[in-house]
Every structure is written in structure tokens, then in C-alpha cells.
Write a protein that binds this ligand. Structure first.
Ligand code: ADP
Ligand code: MG
Length: 588
């Protein structure tokens, strides 16, 4: 007897399992399938993405349905059209040997009449996105009044995307005595509420650790004066050269305006809001998916359906009117097991809203400062160095090499590096050289001292995201490697091929000496004191200081068009061996 047989699956399903090449059930399948086959209980199952949840509800559903009846007996709700199609094709594969069983997909953006026709032919299983489902119920094109099973798949995502009301309405069209099976990667409060409201004594199974849902998203706020919002946004983008983000604005007008300004200033940006035609929206979304757009400026409504997994940052250009909406925004990042950052640009008067949001998300915000010009220059410099290292050599260059060598004769390697880097870097440095501190509520001076006034030191380290670190794992790595305590490493900021972090000054000496000769997987790990003071006047540990009136930064400037910033996948240090501290600071 195979392990699948032991779960109680019938012959038709076991044949499909063999065809699909599944050898043994996954944990969630092992736990859920026997329960669902043997009882009519409601079920809440928590398991991460990719753990085989579809088959965990799909197998029992197929086995329990009456395939001789054409009545719709099972409804599966799923958050996006892509998932809807994916589940449908999985269900069709599972039911390959079940005669007469039909699974139909219902989702937006495709012909509703065609979908209605398929339903009319008889579909025992309907897989639907909430929006289209509601629509079709309203028009009498689908009947779910006799279903026995309702599956809420990716429940956390559906709620994240604001489908609560739709789900409620859909469920009100289903019979009381059906069974409801809820599957979710995480269990935020909203999912618990659904379980409580719409389910009866559900059996709960959990695979792996329970996750509060937003743990992999770091929440940060930046206090600026109202008119500095836009320059602040630009700085946040400049300080994260590989940013892939959704920028939220409150109104369609602001959305359009901010996107236009960003484009004018040379960023790969695009707008997404309700005044655009469906066609325009599709174009923008396609460009975003392909990462041709790095900053997607969007309204809350328009961003609902965004199902892109790699979003690194959510930027709240303005807070939403309803603070509850914040959860939906921040849920656009930190998906599929990745970590993400949700940044909020606020004015001082909005600080109390941050406290209210903290209560909703049950997580604390970190108070951060808008990066100073020098910090941005430093980041851009390393980014540039990585880009040079990774640039593929163009063969045609070789023809000109003798002539080029002649021109560059007599310049030694160090000087040549400095010059090459300066070609692009000077533009940034000129732009940011004379800019002011944008932070409204901070006490740090913008002068570049190594240790800031509160005794905190910022470090540069030559490992980053391309080495597989995010801010969480790098923090863990540093803590474990250095044997420091939980709170000793903070403000960890990972970039593509390098990162920054802070410690209190007391640790500086031991950290620097520890890393003078430290190798990881055969590579020297380089840690140096960063030239910028550590950004955060608030120290990431609360707010303090008096408000200072800051000058307005020029919006447009002498920055040229930026090239494909996403293209650089960064090397770690451009000389191929360890840089000396002296050389590094020489660039400024
Ligand atoms: P989830 O919904 O939990 O994110 P899926 O149901 O989409 O996960 O399954 C992820 C992938 O794993 C799919 O390609 C699916 O075909 C495959 N899969 C599911 N169960 C098994 C199994 N028991 N053995 C091997 N592969 C499986
Ligand atoms: Mg799934």
C-alpha cells in the first residue's frame, strides 16, 4: 500500500497521483486528506506556499462529489486570476480518471458569457475569483445554492486584497449546512475573524510554524514636512538602487502626478489608477511584471489585484484615509516567503496614525530618517562598482584597445578606477552634495561623522541580497557570528551586493578586529565604518529632537536619465580583492 492509498484515496485519484509523479503526500496532505474524507467538519489549514495545499483540498473534494449529478457541488475561491487558472488545471489533472467531472474557472478580464456557457453545461466544481463570482451571482449566471463544499484558498491573500465584503456576500448565497475548508499560508487576525464568523468548530491543522502574517515585512516611517514628500520619495528610491516597488497615493490625481514627476526625473515609473483604460492598465502591469517599471505608483483600488511576488518595497507616499487599508498595502511585499519593507512618509501631525496602525498590524514601526545625500552617494557608489564588475565586456571594444591604451597611458590602476567610477558618480554627488537634511523630527546633524551623537556606529559590509541575505537573515548572521545579543545589531539595510548595519559604539573595536580576517565560503568579508552617520537621528529607537525647518530640495536636477538599474546583479567589491579604507573614502 502506498502512502497515498493509506490516506483513503480511491483508485481514480491514485491513478492520477501516479501520472502526476507524486511519490508521497506532503505534510499538509497527510494531515488534511484523512480528516476531509472521513468527516464533514469544517477545516482551517495553515501551510506555507508550495506545500501542496491544492491537492490537500482537491483530492477529498473530487472523491466526495457526486460526479453523476451536474449540479455545482464545490466552490473554490481564490484571490487572483492566475491562481484560479492554476487550481483549475490542477483539479482537471487530479480528476482525469473521474468520468463526467467538470471543473470550470470563473475570473475577471475574460468573457463572462463564455464562462456562463461553461457553467451551464454543468460544472460540479467552480473555481472563482471573488469579484467575478459576485458579478455572476448578481446576474444569475451561476447557482451556488446547493454546494456541499466551499474552499477558501489563500484566505490571507484574499483578505489582503480587500475581498472581505465580496466573500461575505458570496457565502450568503451558499447553504448553511455546507462544509467550509479554509487554506492559508498565514493566520493574521482577519483570517481568524473569517474562521470564527463563517465556520463551525473547524478542526485546525498547522504545518510548520504558525506565522502572524506580517512578520517578514519590516515597517518603517519617515517624518518630513509636507512639501518634502516628493524629494523624500526620490531619496528612498536612490538609496535602494534595485528597488522594485509599489508607491501608494491617496488620489488618482496624486498618483498620476507623482508618476509623471518620477518619469520626468529619470526613474522607471508608471501610474496605475482608475482613470486609465483597461488596456493602459494592462500595459503598465505587464511592464511592471517584467520589471521594466521599478516604481509602480498606484491608488488603493487599482493596486488590489497586484499579484507580483518580488516587490521589495511598498512606499506609502501618503497614508490611506482608512488606516485599515494599510494592511492591504503592506501585503504587496513580503510575499512567497520573501521579506519586504513597507515605508511610510508622514508629517509630524500624522504620527498618531502610526500608533493606530501598529495596533492593527500588531507590530512596531521603526522610526527611520530619510537618507542623507552622503549616504545615498555611498550606496550609489558601491552599486556602480558592482555594476562595473558585472558588466559583460563588449567584444568590439577590443579593436579600439591599442588606441584606448595610448590615451590612458601612464594612469595607474587605482587612479583609473577612481576616474571610471567618477564618470557616473559625479552626477549623483553633485546633485546631493549641497542638499539638506529632509527629516522633520531628528536631532542628528548632516555632517558626516562616523559615530552619531547617540553613540551609534554604522558599518558597511560587503555581503548583500545576492549572497542570499535579507535584513532579517543578515541580522541573524551578524548576531550569531559576533556573539552579540538580540538588540545589539540594528538598522540592517541590505542592498544588492552590500549592506549596512548599526551597533552601539562599544562594539566597534571588536567588530572591526573580528572582520579583519574573516572568510565566508572562501571569500573575505569586509566590514568598515560607513561614512554616513547612520541615518537615523531617532536611532531607530523612538522619536526625539526638536523640529527644524529644512530647506526644500530641488525636485528636478542635474541627474541624468538613469539606465537600467535593475540590471546590475552586483559583484561584491570591484577590485576583486579587499579594498583599503583609504581608497574608499577618497571617492568623496
Ligand atoms: P500551495 O497551494 O501550498 O502553494 P500547490 O498545491 O500549488 O502548493 O503545490 C505546489 C506544487 O507541488 C505543485 O506543482 C504541485 O503539483 C506539487 N505537489 C503537490 N503535492 C505534491 C506531492 N505530494 N508530491 C510532489 N509534488 C507535489
Ligand atoms: Mg495554493
Amino acid at each position: 500500500m502506498t502512502k497515498f492509498e493509506a490516506l483513503g484515496l480511491n483508485k481514480a485519484l491514485l491513478n492520477a497521483v501516479t501520472d502526476m509523479g507524486f511519490e508521497s503526500p506532503s505534510e499538509v496532505q497527510e494531515k488534511a486528506i484523512p480528516i476531509l474524507l472521513d468527516s464533514e467538519s469544517d477545516l482551517v489549514a495553515l501551510a506555507q506556499t508550495g506545500t501542496g495545499k491544492t491537492a490537500a483540498f482537491g483530492f477529498p473534494l473530487i472523491q466526495k462529489l457526486d460526479h453523476n449529478s451536474r449540479t455545482t457541488q464545490g466552490l473554490i475561491l481564490s484571490p487572483t486570476r492566475e491562481l484560479c487558472l492554476q487550481i483549475t488545471s490542477e483539479m482537471q489533472a487530479y480528476s482525469k480518471y473521474v468520468n463526467g467531472l467538470s471543473t470550470v474557472a470563473i475570473y475577471g478580464g475574460a468573457s463572462i458569457t463564455e464562462q456562463a456557457r461553461q457553467i451551464k453545461r454543468g460544472a460540479q466544481i467552480v473555481v472563482a475569483t471573488p469579484g467575478r463570482m459576485k458579478d455572476m451571482i448578481g446576474r444569475g449566471l451561476v447557482d451556488i445554492s446547493k454546494i456541499d463544499y466551499c474552499v477558501l484558498d489563500e484566505a490571507d491573500e484574499m483578505l489582503n486584497m480587500g475581498f472581505y465584503e465580496d466573500i461575505k456576500e458570496i457565502l450568503s448565497n451558499t447553504p448553511q449546512d455546507k462544509s467550509t475548508w479554509l487554506f492559508s499560508a498565514t493566520m493574521p487576525k482577519e483570517v481568524a475573524t473569517i474562521a470564527k464568523k463563517f465556520m463551525h468548530n473547524p478542526i485546525e491543522i498547522t504545518v510548520g510554524a504558525k506565522n502572524a502574517g506580517t512578520n517578514n515585512v519590516q515597517h518603517e516611517y519617515y517624518v518630513v514636512s509636507g512639501r518634502d514628500r516628493y524629494p523624500a520619495l526620490k531619496r528612498l528610491a536612490d538609496a535602494n538602487p534595485d528597488i522594485f516597488s509599489v508607491v501608494f497615493c491617496r488620489t488618482k490625481r496624486d498618483t498620476q502626478r507623482v508618476a509623471e514627476k518620477l518619469i520626468e526625473d529619470g526613474y522607471n515609473a508608471g501610474a496605475l489608477h482608475g482613470d486609465l483604460s483597461q488596456n493602459q492598465r494592462d500595459l503598465v502591469m505587464n511592464a511592471f511584471r517584467k520589471k521594466q517599471i521599478q516604481m509602480l505608483v498606484a491608488t488603493d483600488v487599482a493596486a488590489r489585484g497586484i499579484d507580483v511576488d518580488d516587490v521589495t518595497h511598498v512606499i506609502n507616499y501618503q497614508l490611506p484615509d482608512e488606516i485599515e487599508t494599510y494592511t492591504h498595502r503592506s501585503g504587496r511585499t513580503g510575499r512567497a516567503g520573501k521579506s519586504g519593507i513597507s515605508m511610510v512618509i508622514i508629517t509630524k501631525s500624522e504620527l498618531r496614525k502610526i500608533r493606530s496602525i501598529e495596533k492593527i498590524i500588531q507590530q512596531s514601526f521603526i522610526s527611520k530618517s530619510i537618507p542623507t545625500g552622503i549616504e545615498i552617494c555611498e550606496i550609489q557608489l558601491y552599486h556602480l562598482a558592482s555594476k562595473i564588475k558585472d558588466t559583460k565586456i563588449n567584444k568590439d571594444v577590443e579593436n579600439y584597445l591599442p588606441a584606448i591604451n595610448e590615451v590612458l597611458e601612464g594612469i595607474d590602476r587605482d587612479e583609473l578606477i577612481k576616474k571610471i567610477v567618477s564618470v557616473e558618480f559625479t552626477r549623483f554627488s553633485n546633485y546631493y552634495n549641497k542638499t539638506k537634511d529632509l527629516n522633520s523630527s531628528s536631532d542628528h546633524s548632516s555632517s558626516a561623522t562616523n559615530a552619531s551623537s547617540n553613540g551609534s556606529v554604522r558599518y558597511f559590509i560587503n555581503v548583500g541580497e545576492k549572497d542570499g541575505y535579507d535584513w532579517m537573515s543578515l541580522k541573524d548572521f551578524l548576531r550569531d557570528t559576533l556573539g552579540l545579543g538580540k538588540e545589539d545589531i540594528y538598522k540592517v539595510d541590505t542592498k544588492d551586493s552590500f549592506s549596512f548595519f548599526n551597533t552601539d559604539e562599544v562594539h566597534t573595536e571588536s567588530i572591526l578586529s573580528f572582520f579583519t580576517d574573516f572568510k565566508l565560503e572562501g571569500r573575505f568579508i569586509n566590514v568598515e565604518i560607513s561614512k554616513n552617520p547612520g541615518g537615523d537621528g531617532g536611532g531607530g529607537r523612538g522619536r526625539k529632537g526638536k523640529s527644524k525647518r529644512r530647506g526644500k530640495e530641488r525636485d528636478k536636477g542635474n541627474r541624468g536619465k538613469r539606465r537600467d538599474r535593475g540590471a546590475s546583479k552586483g559583484g561584491s567589491n570591484f577590485s576583486g580583492k579587499r579594498r583599503s579604507k583609504k581608497n574608499r573614502s577618497d571617492f568623496f
